[in-house]
Design a protein around this ligand. Structure first.
Ligand code: AMP
Length: 204
């Protein structure tokens, strides 16, 4: 199963992707996580990406396209994968579809989680508070200034992907404000093409 999760920062893509990895035994491919690992490792890509990530901007399409192209060829992706945070621009979506076509991989679904912006700011504040309470390190881009920039990048560059995938008949939009278990149920219903009762509550 090959999936894309779309939605603004804080929409719950990562949370939902993690739940599906357990159920379907396929990895979550978060370009944000991959880039943060590159930054921590001090690799060439990490050095190029760090500043733009800290400011809340988007890393260049070429870098992320390359990372994902290599990653989906690894053995743990043999049964599929969940793309979380990629594609984030229409050129990335076009590069991805060409990349998948060349590898004979078919996309099963593009799922967008819709959330309201006030809720996003609260969710990010909660994520920071929970991370601090757990003794973890707060992401360097989880601060109000970078978050505003990440949201504006989303509106300007990523939101147009909804129309792109809608035109291709691949988009399913779900209510990311619903209870987290209901969102999971709705996603599973989409994947199993079997809209159950609590599941349909979250479908828009
Ligand atoms: P995320 O963990 O998905 O919120 O991503 C954190 C940061 O990594 C973003 O704000 C971008 O700077 C960078 N990033 C992650 N995925 C992409 C992508 N597909 N295209 C460009 N930049 C990305």
């Amino acid at each position: 199963m090959r999936l894309i999760f779309l939605g603004p920062p804080g929409a719950g893509k990562g949370t939902q992707a993690k739940r599906l990895t357990d159920k379907y035994g396929i990895p979550q491919l978060s370009t944000g996580d991959m880039l943060r690992a590159a930054v921590s490792a001090g690799s060439e890509i990490g050095k190029r990406a760090k500043e733009v990530m800290d400011s809340g901007g988007l890393v260049s399409d070429d870098i992320v396209n390359q990372i994902v192209s290599e990653r989906v060829e690894q053995a743990d992706c043999a049964n599929g994968f969940i793309l979380d945070g990629y594609p984030r621009t229409v050129p990335q979506a076009k590069a991805l579809s060409e990349n998948l076509r060349q590898k004979d991989f078919v996309l099963d679904a593009v799922i967008e989680l819709k959330v309201d912006q006030e809720a996003l700011i609260r969710r990010i504040e909660n994520r920071v508070a929970e991370t601090i309470a757990a003794g973890g390190t707060v992401r360097s881009d989880d601060n109000p200034e970078s978050f505003r920039k990440r949201l504006s990048e989303y509106r300007e560059k990523t939101a147009p992907l909804s129309a792109y995938y809608q035109e291709q008949g691949e988009l399913v939009v779900l209510d990311g404000m619903a209870d987290v278990d209901d969102v999971t149920a709705a996603i599973e219903a989409v994947l199993e093409k079997d809209a159950g009762s609590s599941a349909s509550a979250a479908r828009i």
